[in-house]
Design a protein around this ligand. Structure first.
Ligand SMILES: [Cu+2]
Length: 132
């Protein structure tokens, strides 16, 4: 019986690892990968990047950019959809910028200079101890 329990624990760990579900240490997500936070080099560049990531509470987003070339702003969904840059929730004009994902739910980030070129991401932050 103890062996069965141990196997169950092992299987659970493997399943969690496979699903990339982090229940322990928060991760850093380098937005856009090696290219950094830039005007997208191809259509759907950031959509594709987001699809490859899993965001959990207390993870952090790292936006690598040159000050003056880009910005990082969190905005409402409405502002995100229309690239309205007039009244962001939060803006950082100094690169690189780091954002801690403290609040579970959907968040919208844009570059106020190149949003219309597609430099924007939607991040769905999940609770850290996720059940599935
Ligand atoms: Cu930009």
């Amino acid at each position: 019986m103890p062996y069965l329990k141990l196997n169950l624990v092992a299987v659970t760990i493997i399943v969690i690892a496979y699903m990339h579900v982090s229940t322990t240490v928060p991760s850093l997500h380098f937005v856009g990968g090696i290219g950094g936070w830039v005007a997208p080099p191809e259509p759907n560049y950031y959509e594709k990047w987001v699809k490859g990531e899993n965001f959990f509470r207390f993870d952090a987003l790292v936006f690598i950019f040159d000050t003056g070339s880009h910005t990082l702003a969190e905005v409402t969904k409405e502002a995100y959809d229309t690239c309205n840059t007039t009244n962001p929730i939060y803006i950082d004009t100094w690169g690189p910028a780091t954002v801690r994902l403290n609040v579970v739910g959907v968040h919208f980030y844009i570059c106020t200079m190149y949003c219309k070129s597609g430099q924007k991401i939607t991040v769905d932050v999940k609770p850290r101890n996720i059940t599935f």
